[in-house]
Design a protein around this ligand. Structure first.
Ligand code: LHQ
Length: 259
């Protein structure tokens, strides 16, 4: 349900239930957790590329998987979030390595919000982001109520989630929700090249940079200045810093080893 491939330091995770627009069932959740956990544990992984197989990126929860019309006790969706969606968001945000997301087609419900949780999001121009929850009587999840509000502000976050109106990739880029909208045919090449170049970067410093930017939302300027001091101290002791400066002075390309 998730294809995994490691090349050039990039762990590519491809959501792979294309006939269901890569909507989540339990297997796909567990496979995504395993892939992201590997990215945490394996030093050979220096960047992650998340994408979807077929014409969609991810349509959120597989609505056929736990059809409430089937009777029995209503499933506890709070448990579904705690056991399956929240760990994915936490694994992406806490990973001290860059996560690139290539949104190859529609991203709906939790699928949209998992994309937005990634560090750099590229989307095919034909892709759409749909906060589909209101259409089925649910509320935004997978961190969407937090990230949409922080990125877009209340007016746009509320309009998107209350109306479930699709947001096209180009508008999403214009609004700053994603990094770039690219021609459909160029998406995978561009996203792979970006992930590769990040994987060849100073991984320790990139990981600290990611954590600092994420921490800033809850910090005062004073706290953030302290955090910058502490992180710069760590980066300043890294082999990649020594290499970066040496390469600059020797007018050559640095060879970062991620340490
Ligand atoms: C699907 C799905 C899908 C199954 C398309 N499931 N088959 C958390 C906690 C626990 C439970 C509940 O949820 C959550 C978080 C959530 O993510 S809630 C939001 C769940 N997602 C949605 O409500 C989105 C539902 N899908 C759609 O609105 C549309 O399919 C979108 C806008 C994604 C794409 O529209 P189209 O491009 O027109 O494609 P389509 O609707 O024709 O879908 C293609 C096929 O994929 C189709 O199957 P079929 O056999 O007819 O070809 C759909 O039934 C299937 N599919 N989404 N979530």
């Amino acid at each position: 349900t998730v294809l995994t491939a490691l090349a050039d330091g990039v762990l590519t995770l491809t959501l792979n239930r294309p006939d269901k627009l890569n909507s989540f069932n339990k297997d796909m959740h567990l496979a995504l957790h395993a892939g992201l956990q590997r990215a945490h544990d394996d030093a050979a992984v220096r960047a992650v590329l998340l994408t979807g197989a077929g014409r969609g990126f991810c349509a959120g929860q597989d609505l056929g998987d736990r059809d409430p019309r089937n009777g029995g006790e209503a499933p506890d969706l709070g448990h579904t979030l705690e056991a399956y969606y929240n760990p994915s968001v936490r694994l992406i945000r806490s990973l001290a390595k860059p996560v690139v997301c290539a949104v190859n087609g529609v991203a709906a419900g939790a699928g949209a919000n998992i994309a937005i949780a990634c560090d750099i999001v590229l989307a095919a121009k034909s892709a759409k982001f749909v906060q589909a929850f209101a259409k089925i009587g649910l509320v935004p999840d997978a961190g969407g109520s937090w990230s949409l509000t922080r990125i877009l502000g209340e007016p746009r976050a509320k309009a998107l989630t209350l109306t479930a109106e699709p947001l096209g990739a180009e508008k999403a880029a214009e609004w700053g929700l994603i990094w770039k909208a690219v021609e459909d045919a160029a998406l995978m090449d561009e996203a792979t090249a970006l992930a590769k170049s990040l994987a060849a970067g100073p991984t320790l410093g990139l990981g600290l940079t990611k954590q600092m930017i994420q921490a800033s939302a809850g910090n005062s300027l004073e706290e953030q200045l302290d955090l910058e001091r502490d992180c710069q101290r760590r980066a300043g002791h890294s082999a990649d810093y020594a290499e970066g400066v040496a390469a600059f002075l020797e007018k050559r390309k640095p060879e970062f080893r991620g340490q």
